[in-house]
Design a protein around this ligand. Structure first.
Ligand SMILES: Cc1ncc(COP(=O)(O)O)c(C=O)c1O
Length: 278
């Protein structure tokens, strides 16, 4: 055990030293064609496997061909730079190698996870929220849209859509994973409305309102299912649209709230690069 640990430490140190000294020497790596990188790497997987030394050599080559994200000259959306404390935590979690399913399996790491989630939820005004870390943007969008779907259609989770036709609105600049999520969630890719943006990437409130009005007048759903799930308030007889059924006061209130929605939207700052498709 001791010997194996010493070998691990030595190998990881060699790897990190090489990677960091490469990075210091060349903080920005010119873009390399993938054929060049592929020729330098041995990506074959054999039943015999490789020695740890061989694997470390391969990893050093891999690091040498990987875009460098830690200088101020790395311009991409979402992130940049290295946080040493975060690296230490990441390395430790790989060494400890726990699974995060229960306190029994991961001990204080569960408490840490909860504290972080609570902190992050607090940043967006939800100090008592629960949550989970996602592997990336697509999964985050999927989960967010799932929550939105369940909130808008409380019966869906248990009984499915039941003939309802939801419509989703997103900016024409939003990531393709939004439309993909609509397909996965049973909302339907064709029920996603991509709303035009202005020259600064801001969604047009007028276009959004126009599209919502058009959808409200087109909804072909009969009321039977609605009554069971959501009560008579949302019931409308076959052949009548949701807009026909909605009391005038509600429609007027809706228009007012749409107009209110329009103001902050048109005053909002341009979206960050992170909101664009990569
Ligand atoms: C806003 C947004 N959503 C989703 C994604 C997709 O992320 P991932 O490739 O991690 O699924 C990206 C990627 O850049 C993004 O910027």
């Amino acid at each position: 055990m001791e010997e194996k640990n010493a070998e691990l430490l030595e190998s990881v140190q060699r790897l990190l030293r090489e990677a960091l000294s490469e990075e210091s020497a060349r903080p920005v790596l010119p873009s390399l064609p993938h054929s060049t990188v592929r020729d330098q790497l041995d990506l074959t997987l054999t039943p015999e496997g490789k020695s740890l030394d061989q694997v470390i050599d391969e990893l050093i080559t891999l690091a040498a061909g990987t875009p460098r994200t830690n200088s101020r000259h790395f311009f991409n959306q979402l992130f940049g730079g290295r946080e040493n404390a975060a690296v230490a935590g990441e390395v430790l979690s790989a060494i400890l190698n726990n699974s995060m399913y229960t306190y029994k399996a991961a001990g204080p790491q569960i408490l840490l996870e909860r504290a972080l989630l609570r902190h992050m939820a607090g940043l967006v005004g939800m100090p008592r929220a629960e949550g989970s870390f996602q592997a990336g943007g697509s999964l985050s969008n999927l989960l967010g849209l799932l929550l939105a779907r369940n909130r808008a259609f409380p019966g869906w989770r248990e009984e499915g859509p039941g003939g309802q036709r939801p419509v989703m609105y997103t900016s024409s600049e939003s990531h393709y994973s939004v439309v993909k999520a609509a397909g996965i969630l049973g909302i339907g890719r064709e029920n996603v409305r991509r709303i035009a943006v202005d020259e600064r990437g801001r969604m047009s409130a007028e276009e959004l309102e126009r599209q919502i009005e058009a959808d409200l007048h087109e909804d072909p759903v009969s009321g039977e299912r609605d009554r069971r799930h959501y009560g008579a308030r949302r019931l409308r007889p076959p052949g009548r649209t949701r807009a026909d059924h909605r009391p005038a006061r509600t429609m007027a209130a809706r228009r007012r709230s749409l107009r209110r929605l329009g103001r902050p939207l048109s005053a909002a700052a341009s979206p960050s690069e992170g909101n664009r498709a990569s």
